[in-house]
Design a protein around this ligand. Structure first.
Ligand SMILES: [Zn+2]
Length: 225
């Protein structure tokens, strides 16, 4: 989650980040933590205070967009240097089978998430689709119960990983289970565009709930929903 916060700082600027930390009641010294590192121990409670502060300052719409962007940007920015990610990226450049490429990319994302947090991540693969189950998701940990999935940063993170590793930004990623919505774990569904088009209208919104004006460059394929 340090990675996520580092990406957030890039989006809102250092003064913006300091304002968020102050609003969250966290000391400015925390800003020193927000350099790229793969620290596992950043406290969940502090992260939740930061999420609440971002909501207060930027509003719900702004929060969703920032969380998604921070998640998406943070993969390349901070995980690109992990040995497992470097190796995977080299291997992927040589691979032609898109199904195998997606599988390796998803496994690499899971490894990066587990290696840098106490989240437990499990990948299931079904042909050209995949799902990513996350236990102890830090994004919605201790969240009040909501009527829809809320892990916009997690969705962004998966999109960022696929864009970075596969050089493709057109996979559809939706959060279909979320502990904030009463499920036992969070789960992302990853589908290539045509299959995802057919699966539409199942009431699984993921971040289709992102306001239209904030979706630019996010998920063009889903805008007419
Ligand atoms: Zn969630």
């Amino acid at each position: 989650m340090i990675a996520r916060l580092s990406a957030l700082r890039l989006l809102v600027g250092h003064p913006g980040m300091l304002a968020i930390l102050r609003r969250a009641g966290l000391t400015d010294s925390l800003a020193g933590l927000l350099v790229n590192n793969w620290e596992k121990t950043f406290p969940y409670a502090a992260y939740q205070k930061i999420i609440a502060a971002v909501r207060e300052i930027y509003g719900e719409r702004g929060y969703r967009a920032l969380a998604y962007r921070a998640g998406k940007n943070s993969f390349a920015e901070t995980f690109g240097g992990l040995p497992a990610v470097k190796t995977a990226k080299e291997q992927l450049a040589q691979m032609g089978d898109e199904r195998l490429r997606l599988h390796l990319a998803m496994q690499t994302l899971a490894e990066a998430m587990e290696g840098t947090s106490i989240q437990r991540v499990e990948v299931s693969l079904r042909g050209l689709s995949a799902s990513l189950r996350v236990d102890f998701c830090f994004e919605c940990w201790d969240s009040p119960l909501t009527h829809e999935p809320i892990c916009y940063g997690l969705v962004g993170s998966a999109r960022g990983a696929l864009a970075y590793l596969l050089g493709r930004d057109d996979y559809l990623v939706r959060e279909v289970h979320c502990t904030a919505a009463g499920d036992d774990f969070c789960e992302l569904e990853i589908k290539p565009p045509p299959e995802a088009m057919r699966g539409r209208g199942l009431g699984q919104t993921g971040f289709l709930t992102l306001p239209p004006d904030l979706r630019a460059g996010v998920d063009e394929d889903t805008q007419e929903q």
